[in-house]
Design a protein around this ligand. Structure first.
Ligand code: HAM
Length: 409
């Protein structure tokens, strides 16, 4: 006898059964519609990359979570953990020909060997929006605006989520004012980004390991109590633009948003549900140096990544588990083998008219047919029996209202 293997997907990886696909499609449809409404162009790339491109400085969480391996020619290959390095590579490759600013979008499957918690899988789809080659904070307004628009298309209201916004430049200025040397700031960002995820004592130890004095550490923690962005021109302008665009009610200033990736240089943001039940819905910011880091020409950039996992959990919690399923199409069934041809003909006719038709594959009793039609989410159903064929008319039933209408066969 064959050895039985596990029926489960590898830990952290996901299967999508049809009921899962209804959710995934709902989320992806909103991603695509918003990207389009905001004028982003789609692009795509390979899922594997060279390890060197993806791996970054030690201490960065994502770098440690990369799935990597050697191919048969000993190339060091990795599955992408995020899209941004690939995007930077693609832009750098054609930097002379491309017309900036670029507004590009993709839905990329990403892999991270994460510790499995709520909202974190080892594989997820991440919607990316990036604007490359624009210094103005209008770029931040457009990417955040599009992401807020997507959440609304999915059925959430502005009371369900908030985009927490800060600026690394602003935080850097505050740190400098407190006397913390600029070359220690990256260390401070890295440590403070862990707030809420590990005890403050460990964060303090991280900063001290990075070369900060006790006074520096206390100053860094004190800055985390800053409640206003006054003095930060780019944040003031961003909030003003969001007011003009009509989504300022979805933004809050939050100095504790730092972001775990080291390439961010200016505005940074992260979206959370207002009840604080879930992990970050999306996150992003300005990263003006990434292209030069990989050897390209200096180019400013702003973007975000919006995963499918957290938002689907949030939607299920707020809208209900079945909310993604919509009734659609016509189910066609028949009672005896003698009506099969008529059913096939009717299905062909309806499909020709542009209907989605789910044709029963064998004769069955009406009760069974209608209960299947109900379960499979058909909006309408037609069942053919001997009498219908004789009369040349059938009844098409609306599955929600139970109303019936006659149609000619
Ligand atoms: P990130 O914050 O690492 O940023 O990820 C962005 C979003 O992807 C998160 O807010 C979350 O929705 C989702 N996500 C990340 N990891 C997982 C996981 N293991 N399971 C489920 N969902 C996950 C970036 O990746 C940046 N590259 C975004 C960006 C684009 N910045 C500029 N352009």
């Amino acid at each position: 006898m064959a050895e039985k293997i596990s029926f489960e997907a590898p830990r952290g990886m996901r299967d999508f059964y049809p009921e899962d696909m209804t959710w995934r499609n709902k989320v992806f449809d909103a991603f695509r519609a918003s990207a389009d409404a905001y004028g982003f162009e789609p692009y795509d790339a390979c899922v594997v990359e060279s390890y060197d491109l993806l791996a970054r400085k030690a201490g960065e969480e994502v770098g440690e979570q990369i799935y990597h391996f050697y191919d048969k020619s000993e190339r060091h290959i990795a599955l992408r953990a995020e899209m941004t390095p690939t995007l930077a590579r693609m832009v750098a490759q054609r930097q002379k020909e491309l017309r900036f600013p670029l507004k590009w979008t993709t839905i990329a499957q990403c892999f991270r060997y994460e510790r499995m918690t709520k909202g974190r899988k080892r594989e997820h789809y991440q919607w990316n929006l990036d604007i490359i080659g624009e210094d103005s904070v209008l770029a931040e307004e457009e990417v955040i605006g599009a992401a807020v628009d997507a959440l609304k298309r999915m059925g959430l209201g502005s009371g369900d989520f908030k985009v927490h916004v800060s600026s690394r430049k602003f935080l850097g200025e505050l740190l400098a004012k407190s006397g913390i040397a600029p070359d220690l700031h990256a260390q401070v960002f890295l440590a403070l980004d862990k707030r809420g995820k590990m005890p403050d004592s460990e964060i303090a130890a991280m900063m001290k390991d990075g070369g900060l004095s006790d006074a520096d550490v206390s100053a860094a923690f004190a800055i985390m109590d800053t409640k206003e962005y006054a003095g930060c021109a780019e944040l003031e302008e961003l909030f003003e633009l969001a007011r003009t665009a009509g989504f300022a009610d979805s933004l809050v200033f939050d100095i504790s948003v730092i972001r775990g990736l080291s390439y961010y240089t200016g505005v940074v943001f992260e979206c959370f549900d207002t009840k604080g039940e879930f992990r970050a819905i999306f996150g992003g910011g300005r990263y003006d140096n990434l292209l030069t880091t990989i050897g390209g020409e200096p180019t400013s950039a702003v973007g975000l990544g919006f995963g499918d996992v957290v938002v689907t959990e949030l939607l299920k919690a707020r809208l209900g588990d079945g909310a993604a399923a919509e009734k659609k199409g016509v189910a066609v069934g028949f009672m005896f083998p003698e009506q099969r041809d008529a059913a096939v003909r009717l299905a062909a006719k309806l499909r020709g008219e542009g209907e989605r038709v789910d044709l029963a594959l064998r004769s069955q009793k009406p009760k069974k047919f209608f209960s299947h039609a109900d379960q499979s989410g058909a909006a309408k159903a037609v069942f053919l029996g001997p009498d219908d064929i004789e009369k040349g008319v059938a009844r098409i039933k609306d599955m929600s209202t139970r109303e019936e209408k006659e149609i000619a066969l």
